[in-house]
Design a protein around this ligand. Structure first.
Ligand SMILES: [Zn+2]
Length: 79
């Protein structure tokens, strides 16, 4: 299953969810912080515009895939 990145419209939390497209579209994906299902999906490239915790700025992969565990950001940027 792919990972999707969402930002919560309620609390502003940004998080990654591994789910199917059907689960995402049905609204069964909820914010792990507050439980709201009013989520905006963040597409790669938008996350910079949306702001970040600072982790993404440490990621060596500014575009394309994050090298995750082997990368400087440890994969926390979700790319
Ligand atoms: Zn939330």
């Amino acid at each position: 299953m792919p990972f999707y990145t969402f930002v919560c419209n309620s609390c502003g939390k940004k998080f990654e969810v591994r789910c199917t497209i059907a689960e995402k579209d049905s609204g069964s994906v909820v914010c792990p912080g507050c439980g709201a299902n009013e989520l905006d999906r963040i597409f790669e490239g938008f996350s910079v515009i949306m702001g970040n915790s600072g982790c993404e700025s440490k990621c060596p992969a500014k575009t394309g895939g994050c090298p995750s565990q082997s990368g400087g950001c440890g994969g926390c940027c979700g790319r």
